[in-house]
Design a protein around this ligand. Structure first.
Ligand SMILES: [Zn+2]
Length: 211
């Protein structure tokens, strides 16, 4: 049994999540109240700190955070009970558990979603320097960013994720919706999200240019 999550620990996670959310909001990738970020606090049993639902992601405070379990449900034994996670926390938990991620980013960034509409079977990328930002090689390495259909049932969506998960590719695009990108920590997850945005923007522009 792992140690209880303290208020100080949760505040620190909340402060980091609020700062990262503000950066994503500044990029225009968390429009309205969309998107959510999480960090892994415990792995056995799984506990994530995830941004609360329905808040402007450019204005989060360190208290706008909730602890969820492996199903994405708020746990009763937490420092500030009563806060509500997004339903999407369920997919954060599936990704964190399967990929062993320290942080998961979910944002509604346009380019990967457009690329998923163009290539619904997966977005194939190769021979691009920015692939190194996803932990892959810039040359002689074909990377397929998986695409799954959108859905509101996170168990169903998690099962679709399980079908396409590739440990070497830290990203998933949900068609007509947004992306999940993960890493060891929030900074790595953001860097990977930024690289995925560049790569998919490039792929779309190159496709226009050559077709
Ligand atoms: Zn979403």
């Amino acid at each position: 049994m792992s140690a209880p999550i303290t208020a100080g620990e949760l505040d620190a996670a909340g402060a980091a999540l609020a700062a990262e959310s503000a950066r994503f909001a500044g990029l225009g990738w968390m429009r309205g109240t969309s998107g959510n970020l999480s960090v892994t606090l415990r792995t056995d049993p799984l506990r994530l700190a995830v941004t609360t639902s329905g808040r402007d992601k450019g204005e989060l405070t360190p208290q706008d955070v909730v602890v969820v379990d492996a199903a994405g449900a708020a746990v009763p034994d937490q420092p500030r009970p009563g806060r509500r996670p997004s339903a999407e926390a369920g997919l954060h938990a599936r990704v964190a558990a399967r990929a062993g991620a320290g942080a998961v980013v979910h944002v509604h960034v346009i380019a990967p979603v457009l690329a998923a509409a163009r290539w619904p079977g997966g977005i194939v990328l190769r021979d691009l320097e920015m692939l190194k930002g996803l932990g892959r090689s810039a040359h002689d390495d074909e990377v397929t960013v998986p695409v799954v259909p959108n859905g509101q049932d996170m168990t169903w969506l998690g099962d679709r994720f399980d079908e396409v998960f590739d440990p070497a590719t830290p990203a998933l695009v949900v068609a007509g919706h947004g992306v999940y990108v993960w890493g060891d920590d929030l900074a790595q997850a953001r860097h990977r999200t930024e690289c995925l945005e560049w790569l998919t923007s490039f792929a779309l522009a190159a496709d226009q240019h050559t077709s």
